[in-house]
Design a protein around this ligand. Structure first.
Ligand code: NAD
Ligand code: MN
Length: 353
């Protein structure tokens, strides 16, 4: 398949720790398979750079990234920088700027791991959350007026476009069609959010006739949070807005074992721009620098990245190595109930490969 050009942005906190694990796994794979070739280029964008220069990444960052096939990302967030600056100047700037509107978030209970849910099997906990990743509640629209005065006002304006709703919902329908159960749940909050979320419902009703093989339902987000706990087996693919899916996917990750396990792909499905792969977790200030972060979410994300690059077999090899480490149970990180360090877990995955 030629050489894959990968922009590596380790970023902040444990993001940087787990991304090195993922790179090591990819290098191990390439060293054993002569048809696989990666060119990694690292970018030291993040909070340290912000503290030096006032910018998380340079002005021409998006231009630079456009010359890569994919982006492999750690996390944005550091206790010394306000979160809304670190996140917006780095991760959200990339997602919006490269129109990575489809955020793909699988959550599976791997055999050998324990869910906080009682009596569930890996068949019950096998979900994909599709998150609208370019607008909605995280559009960045709004502002502050009368700053610092008692009459200060802040607006946080959600932007829901018909194009945005339709393209993400069609993405989710197509995805559901490739899954054995072919179920898609639309999650909104159209009883209370009576403009944008109603538009989402209407678009769903308009397009679902195009997908006769897909079984659909509609659930409000608060009820959906409960359903993840009370009836996990009823869930297959879920599509929701930027905020709602953000929250539901941390819940889904925790129910599948740990936030440290969950991967994500920020996709530009039309491939006009590179897509970005990252664990769903953040910088984890409470465990940073201790070498105990779970690297499996980052490693799983590397598997999603290989799939996107057309390397299905290599992607499957990483996934089955993760599954073997989970099933074996001797090299589990602390968040999954074991004692293994980040390096031990990485080593165990590489050893299987
Ligand atoms: P977080 O995901 O960093 O941490 C939440 C909890 O989960 C913590 O207790 C942490 O120790 C644990 N955890 C997360 N990943 C883990 C792993 N791999 N192994 C073991 N435990 C893990 O969320 P937060 O605390 O809300 O955010 C911290 C910072 O990260 C903030 O600055 C936030 O803005 C940023 N953040 C960035 C991204 C991103 O760039 N994609 C995503 C989420 C949060
Ligand atoms: Mn999140």
């Amino acid at each position: 398949m030629g050489t894959h050009k990968i922009a590596v942005i380790p970023g902040d906190g444990i993001g940087a720790e787990v991304i090195e694990s993922g790179v090591k796994v990819l290098e191990t794979l390439a060293s054993r398979d002569t048809s696989l070739d990666f060119h990694f280029e690292r970018f030291n964008w993040g909070s340290a750079r912000f503290l030096d220069t006032g910018q998380m990444m340079p002005d021409d960052a998006l231009q630079t990234l456009k010359s890569f096939d994919v982006i492999y990302f750690g996390s944005a967030g550091d206790p010394r920088v306000p979160d809304h600056i670190s996140l917006w100047q780095l991760r959200l700037a990339i997602c919006q700027g490269l129109d990575q509107y489809a955020n793909y978030r699988p959550a599976r209970l791997l055999r050998g791991l324990t869910s906080p849910l009682r009596d569930v099997t890996p068949e019950d906990v096998d979900w994909i959350i599709v998150r609208e990743n370019s607008e909605g509640e995280y559009s960045g629209a709004g502002g502050r007026v009368h700053t610092g005065l008692p009459l200060e006002v802040a607006t946080e304006v959600s932007i829901f476009t018909r194009t945005g709703a339709e393209r993400i919902q069609r993405f989710a329908f197509d995805l559901a069609g490739k899954r054995p159960r072919k179920k898609l749940t639309l999650v909104t909050k159209s009883n209370a959010q009576r403009h944008g979320m109603v538009l989402w419902d209407e678009v769903f009703e308009e397009i679902r006739g195009d997908y006769p093989a897909i079984q659909t339902d509609r659930v409000l987000v608060d009820a959906m949070a409960a359903r993840f706990v009370t009836d996990p087996a009823s869930i297959d693919v879920v599509v929701a807005s930027n905020l709602h899916a953000d929250i539901l996917s941390d819940l889904a990750a925790a129910l599948s074992g740990s936030l440290g396990l969950a991967p994500t792909a920020n996709l530009n499905p039309e491939r006009e721009f590179p897509s970005m792969f990252e664990p769903i977790h953040g910088s984890a200030f409470d465990i940073v620098g201790r070498g105990i972060a779970n690297p499996l979410g980052a490693i799983w994300s590397a598997s999603l990245m290989l799939d996107h690059l057309g390397e299905a077999q290599a992607a499957a090899q990483i996934m089955s190595a993760i599954e073997k480490v989970a099933a074996d149970g001797t090299a589990l990180p602390r968040d999954l109930g074991g004692q293994a360090s980040t390096a031990d877990v990485t080593e165990a995955v590489c050893a299987v490969l």
